[in-house]
Design a binder for this molecule. Structure first.
Ligand code: SF4
Length: 385
């Protein structure tokens, strides 16, 4: 990376990304605003506005968006629930194509993806908007904002080619569509994944899984790994805390598995909200049955934020109980995230011999005992790459 010194060294950049990982809100980190192909200000307006995919035209200049199960019917001059697509004269447009409001160069472990290219770096982007309104959202300043509500200085106009060029330049092997919700910046993600492959980059979608079948099938053909949040297992919970529903998320999880794409699941455990034994047990048993025991499950610790500042952080004992439930249900790879690294809850142990095969500490891979994806001690295949 000898050609990096203009505004930020690689070391400084990684450091700033680590700060961004602490959840400091929108405009997480910048790469210096260098002049890459297609990024100059004159292009900004057209870069942000592209005709959206997957919508039907309706009488009276209305449209119906078919990207996600909300299936918003949107009148002329109006926007759908996610706030970043607009109907102009009966044509539906995304307003965030190439408009990265949250960016970072993250360890892949931060996504979290633990069984996909361990130790690699992911150039990560998210735009304004989301199709949920989770009461515990970590990035609510961007996810619940309309594009024009974000300070201009916090948005980087990085079309797909620029994304790929930056990733190569900064030594990332992966492009990650993340932070807010890639389902609602679908067009940007899809083109990013297509262009990324031409540059030898993998693409990963870090998502709530609230997406319709056809768009999922189309983009999955260009994705290499997908992480889905299973936020609970009750429809009532999804309605009340996320403004969504659980069934489409479960369908997406099964679909991803059936497509043969690498899949990991996160369950953010919020005290008194979705931490009851019944709900966690049902979720774990369903995962084993639907996608098998090798899907990694990450229980994540909640910290008070957004609309749930009145709740305490999740006690470790609660997370430990969830882990026991998951193991008893038969899951082989169960992790606890957002806790002190010394607890060792993010290490991978071989399901066959029990030895540590990947050690992690604070998103860093500290040791690896794999031979071609197999346990170095007993030869058991460790799921994923
Ligand atoms: S992607 Fe946005 S506009 Fe489309 S259905 Fe979902 S919430 Fe509505």
């Amino acid at each position: 990376m000898s050609d990096l010194p203009e505004k930020m060294t690689r070391r400084q950049m990684l450091k700033r990304c680590a700060v961004a990982g602490a959840g400091l809100g929108l405009g997480l980190v910048g790469l210096g605003g260098e002049a890459f192909e297609d990024t100059n200000a004159a292009h900004a307006a057209t870069l942000r506005m592209r005709e959206a995919m997957f919508y039907d035209k309706l009488p009276g200049n209305k449209i119906q968006c078919k990207i996600c199960p909300k299936q918003c019917v949107v009148g002329d001059g109006e926007r759908g629930f996610c706030g970043n697509k607009e109907n102009r004269g009966g044509t539906y447009y995304t307003l965030v194509y190439g408009a990265a409001a949250c960016v970072g160069l993250d360890p892949i472990e931060k996504k979290p993806l633990f069984h996909f290219l361990p130790g690699s770096k992911a150039l990560s982007v998210g735009t304004a908007g989301c199709n949920f309104d989770c009461k515990d959202c970590q990035n609510w300043q961007a996810s619940q904002a309309r594009p024009e509500q974000l300070p201009e200085s916090s948005v980087y106009y990085w079309p797909p080619t620029t994304l790929a060029q930056l990733a190569v330049r900064y030594g990332a092997e992966v492009l990650a569509y993340t932070y807010t919700e890639p389902v609602v910046f679908y067009e940007y993600m899809l083109d990013g994944a297509v262009v990324g492959h031409k540059y030898g980059l993998r693409s990963v979608m870090i998502s709530n899984g609230y997406i319709n079948r056809e768009p999922m099938l189309k983009v999955a053909a260009h994705l290499d790994a997908i992480k889905i949040d299973l936020k609970g297992f009750e429809d009532d919970f999804y309605r009340k805390y996320c403004v969504g529903s659980v069934k489409p998320v479960l369908e997406t999880i099964k679909r991803v598995k059936a497509l043969g794409k690498w899949l990991e699941i996160v369950y953010l455990v919020v005290p008194t909200v979705n931490d009851d034994v019944k709900q966690v047990t049902e979720a774990c048993r369903w995962l084993v049955k639907a996608v098998g025991p090798d899907v990694p499950l990450h229980f994540s610790r909640f910290f008070p934020q957004y609309q749930l500042t009145h709740l305490p952080p999740t006690p470790f004992e609660t997370l430990d109980r969830c882990r026991k439930i998951a193991r008893e249900a038969g899951l082989h790879y169960v992790y606890i995230g957002n806790v002190e690294p010394w607890r060792g809850t993010e290490n991978t142990y071989c399901p066959s011999c029990g030895k540590l095969v990947v050690g992690r500490s604070g998103y860093r891979v500290t040791e690896m005992h794999l031979n071609s994806g197999k346990c170095a001690y007993c030869g058991h295949k460790i799921a994923g790459s």
